[in-house]
Design a protein around this ligand. Sequence first.
Ligand code: DCM
Ligand code: DCM
Ligand code: DCM
Ligand code: ZN
Ligand code: ZN
Length: 281
Amino acid sequence: WGQDGHSLTGAIAQTILTTESIDFVRNHLPWYASGNMSMMASWPDYIIYPDTNPVDYLNWQWSKELHFVDTKDWSCVYDREQDCNWSGAQQCVDGSIQNYTGRLADAQQDDIQRQEALKFIIHFIGDAHQPLHAGFQGDRGGNSIRGRFFGKETNLHSLWDTVMIERRISQDFHSQPLLYLDYLLDQMKTRYAQNISDWTHCPSTDESRFLACSTSWIVEDAQFNCDIVYRDENNQPMSVSKEFNLGQTYYNTRMVILEQRLIQGGLRLGTVINKIVQSTN
Ligand code: DCM
Ligand code: DCM
Ligand code: DCM
Ligand code: ZN
Ligand code: ZN
């Protein structure tokens, strides 16, 4: 996600933190964040680009591939052994969530390590809910699929990271992200009230011993790609070899899913932090 998506995910998560978790988050974020997860949620993007971190961005390039995973066949199935090199370095969004949740829960880690772990977890659990962060190998998660959205040039990845969310906030919420946050929280408590318990429990039992069920979330993520993300308004598959031309139909039908993913990401981030704090007490 872009800035808005990550900030919304952090803000949704913040609303379900326990009192202990609120203290824990305040103690494990830099002091200037005042315990606000939303405020630090884009830090892992901020550090890797020269326009936002000109002095130091080269030192953080190793973390770039931790934001996503590429699925290696074209059936929208995420296979963690194959796609995240499970027996090797696990340099993908799934492996990084497992790594950093473990480090944050480990009281032996020093404060700097745990602070870094928390900043990464806040961001990567967000990215694990952007379907194109589990996109096809070969099109760079949709970055190489170019076209137009309401006539304006973009690519499929940016469309999902930022363009659709920014349109929604400017058209329907007076360009005020906080009003959009209120709307998403309301959706969470009404439309999705019956789903919250499902979404915050580990969908697969062999994962329930983990602090975060990231493999299951990314399996879900990948499934959206064949059905809705990579299909145009005539239900034709999109690819690098042809330009797309999308507008109201794609926007109306996809936005519901995008919002569901933001809510799921926020709920799961909050749940993971609560679980970690419980495990350390
Ligand atoms: N981004 C940036 N500078 C760049 C390229 C991208 O600040 N040169 C930002 C735009 C999005 C975010 O990074 O907000 C997307 O990163 P990701 O999809 O890894 O979360
Ligand atoms: N920072 C920011 N916006 C973000 C993330 C970080 O302005 N979304 C800034 C705050 C710090 C600087 O990055 O001044 C460096 O952060 P750190 O010292 O934690 O690397
Ligand atoms: N990205 C992705 N899958 C890839 C490559 C990149 O999801 N195979 C994401 C990471 C960033 C965005 O796309 O959010 C832009 O990446 P970059 O800055 O590397 O162009
Ligand atoms: Zn992205
Ligand atoms: Zn990211």
